[in-house]
Structures are given as C-alpha cells and as structure tokens.
Design a protein around this ligand. Structure first.
Ligand code: HEC
Length: 101
C-alpha cells in the first residue's frame, strides 16, 4: 500500500475517535452501551421490541436483516450508520446469543 493511503487510514481512524465513544466496542459491550436502553440488557424489550428467544427477530429475521435494522434504524429506532461492519457483525452475533436457549 502506498504511504499516503496509510495516512488516510490513520486520519480517518483518528477522526472516527472523535465520535461518541463506542468505536472500539464490540458485541456485548457495544450492545449494553447502544441498544440495552431500549431493548433490555437481555433482549426482553422495553421502548424497543423484544429481540430475544421467540421474538420476531429470533424467528423471522435473517442476520442480514438484523444488520440492516441496526444500520438503517426502522421506525422509531435510531440508525447506527457510523458503526464499522465488524461492529455490526458483532452485534448480530450478540443478538443471536441473546436468543440462544
Ligand atoms: C431509542 C431506542 C432504540 C435503540 C437505542 C435501539 N433500538 Fe432497536 N428498535 C427500537 C424500536 C422502537 C424498534 C421497532 C422499530 C419499528 O419497526 O418501528 C426497534 C427494532 C429493532 C429490531 C427489529 C425487531 C423486530 O421485531 O423487527 C432489532 C433487531 C433491533 N431493534 C436491534 C437493535 C440493536 C442491535 C440496537 C443497538 C445497536 C438497537 N436496536 C438500538 C428502538 C431502539
């Protein structure tokens, strides 16, 4: 990779660091910070729908759809478009783990 590209990568990373403080969080930590207030620490719901075992998310949504919900934010849910794809993946995985028996 050319040198300037590295600089680009580094500055983008630094700029992203000025965000809301969740850029280095994944899975449970990210969920607890960004999602639990509305969906409950255990996915049992609240302001947001239940997303744990037996929920619509568990039964009817594909991983891709969950990732889409997180990024876009349907209805009254805010979108999390600033998250990196790896972070979204880690959330999908964590949401699935909430639904695991
Ligand atoms: C401010 C409250 C709020 C926050 C924060 C929030 N959600 Fe939501 N979420 C909602 C609401 C409200 C809905 C229902 C949206 C609709 O369809 O009208 C929803 C829907 C969903 C759904 C689809 C549920 C279904 O049955 O279709 C999933 C999955 C989901 N949220 C996951 C997440 C994850 C993961 C996060 C954290 C990145 C998150 N949400 C953060 C309020 C929130």
């Amino acid at each position: 990779m050319r040198c300037w590209l590295w600089w680009l990568v580094i500055s983008v990373t630094l700029l992203a660091g000025c965000g809301t403080g969740d850029e280095n969080l994944f899975g449970k930590e990210l969920y607890d910070r960004s999602c639990a207030a509305c969906h409950g620490v255990d996915g049992s719901g609240g302001i947001g729908n239940e997303i744990g075992a037996g929920s619509n998310t568990d039964l009817n949504l594909t991983d891709e759809q969950i990732a889409g919900v997180i990024t876009v934010g349907p209805g009254n849910m805010p979108g999390f478009s600033r998250l990196q794809p790896e972070q979204v993946d880690s959330l999908v995985e964590y949401v699935r783990s909430l639904a695991a028996p």
